[in-house]
Design a protein around this ligand. Structure first.
Ligand SMILES: [Zn+2]
Length: 103
């Protein structure tokens, strides 16, 4: 009856995997963020977010120093996008705001 316990193991690991994936989607880096926020750069090695526009303009803010991507939240990105220095850089570089905002 060892085959039974083997089977149980498979089921168990499957349920663990699905459980790990489940909710808290907003705590993970979402692929579409990079489309929505064209300025967003992710440093995999250091697990940090950067703003490539602010960085290129040598501004000093959270997204030029590197924001921890430990528990990434989209509203942090939205917040940064709405800061004046960032908007200023966007204006300077003549970058249009992301399409999704043009309602
Ligand atoms: Zn920025």
């Amino acid at each position: 009856m060892f085959s039974f316990s083997e089977n149980e193991n498979v089921q168990d690991s499957a349920s663990v995997a699905s459980h790990a994936k489940t909710p808290n989607d907003n705590r993970q880096i979402q692929e579409y963020w990079f489309k929505e926020f064209p300025w967003l750069v992710y440093d995999k090695e250091r697990n940090l977010f950067f703003c490539q526009y602010c960085t290129s303009d040598q501004l000093s803010n959270v997204f030029t120093k590197g924001r921890s991507a430990e528990q990434p939240r989209k509203d942090c990105l939205t917040k940064h996008e709405n800061t004046n220095p960032h908007k200023e850089v966007m204006r300077k570089l003549k970058i249009k705001p992301s399409l999704c905002k043009q309602t």
